[in-house]
Design a protein around this ligand. Structure first.
Ligand SMILES: *Cc1c(COP(=O)(O)O)cnc(C)c1O
Length: 362
């Protein structure tokens, strides 16, 4: 049988989101017949040799793409980054200890809440005073905190940390929405984690990249299912991992490698972001919603100067085959998510619509 291909849509969905077309094709094939085995990827044991190879490949690709030091471990768990919000204090905050957080958006706020369930939590920097439209600078991280947590890219509000804060304590980062979009110095982080469904693959897997040496010092007895050290020691096979999500993530990471790796992807992303933000700045009908220096290349948030013209603008972009640019309800307006797999042609299609709209309503 043949697998139907879909019509061309410019997919700006914020997550789950666009993945490379060739990954969709490989993923579809593996559902029908995994590597010529006569079995579907969906019906083989996670402890079978072929899947063990997939897991090992996915783990090594994370480390290779990010240039992680040898001792770092990679696990893929269910539960989303949201479970990660709770696992972080459980694994890094000492009993009777405390944590420090930067609160730069909705997801960061949720991470703070989970840490408060576990122990003393200090918000050392926040941009809540301006509806999270900037990245706080010039704050201090207390040297007696067990860790400092921040969110590298704020998916809903459209801001990104361009420079990572210098920290006297171990750093934990939720990189859900910009992992693999730019090089990072993995050594600076005790833990990097993120839901797969933005830059890495489909929903269902969460990646954790960590230094196992920095785990197991909290004095807290953990359920093994919440224990990152346990998951690392069991090679991400303590329980059934999200098999298909790991497989498709592996395919996407192989694609990133073919694209030239994270540095080449960063350049592509920069070109896409420049194209769109230049249009936002050039056309008086549009306004960016975030501080210019903190703009995210992943999620560009903007509004129309005249909100009454939204229906007219909506008609135009829908006609152009664009999907998924309505903003999150907490910001309103528009959000164009330009994850790794979004081609620059899709950004050009949106910019063309914006130009057309500006001419009509100038
Ligand atoms: C999407 C997102 C999350 C939530 O991930 P889930 O997998 O839905 O739990 C957390 N943090 C950031 C930065 C996100 O973009």
């Amino acid at each position: 049988m043949t697998v139907a291909t879909k019509k061309q849509v410019h997919n700006y969905s914020a997550g789950p989101c666009i993945l490379p077309q060739e990954v969709f094709e490989q993923a579809a094939q593996a559902v029908l017949d995994f590597e010529g085995s006569g079995l579907s990827i969906l019906e083989i044991s996670h402890r079978s040799k072929p899947f063990e190879a997939v897991m090992a490949k996915a783990q090594s690709l994370v480390k290779e793409l990010l240039g992680a030091p040898d001792q770092y471990q990679v696990v893929f768990l269910g539960g989303g980054a949201s479970l990660g919000f709770y696992m972080v204090p459980m694994n890094y905050m000492r009993v009777g200890g405390k944590s420090a957080y930067a609160n730069t958006g909705e997801w960061a706020s949720r991470a703070v809440k989970e840490s408060k369930l576990v122990g003393e939590t200090t918000v050392v920097a926040s941009s809540e005073d301006k509806n999270f439209n900037y990245i706080p600078k010039g704050f201090e991280i207390p040297a007696d905190a067990d860790y400092f947590h921040f969110t590298s890219n704020n998916t809903i509000f459209g801001t990104q940390w361009k420079q990572f804060p210098k920290s006297p304590v171990p750093v934990v980062c939720d990189m859900s929405s910009d992992i693999f979009s730019r090089p990072v110095q993995v050594n600076d982080f005790a833990l990097i984690y993120g839901g797969a469904q933005k830059n890495m693959g489909p929903a269902g897997a969460t990646v954790y990249l960590f230094d196992p040496e920095r785990l197991g010092h909290t004095g807290r007895k953990l359920s093994p299912i919440l224990d990152l050290k346990n998951h690392g020691a069991k090679e991400s096979m303590y329980n059934t991992p999200p098999v298909y999500a790991v497989y498709v993530s592996m395919l996407t990471m192989e694609w990133m490698k073919r694209m030239g790796g994270v540095s080449a992807i960063e350049q592509r992303n920069a070109a896409k972001a420049k194209l769109l933000y230049d249009a936002i700045d050039r056309l008086p009908q549009f306004n960016g919603t975030t501080a210019v220096e903190d703009r995210s290349p992943m999620n560009a948030t903007f509004v129309l100067n005249d909100a009454a013209l939204e229906p007219a603008f909506d008609t135009l972009w829908k006609e152009a085959g664009i999907s998924g640019i309505r903003g999150h309800r907490s910001v309103g307006g528009y959000r164009a998510s330009m994850y790794n797999a979004l081609p620059i042609e899709s950004v050009q299609a949106l910019v063309d619509v914006m130009d057309h709209f500006a001419r009509k309503h100038g």
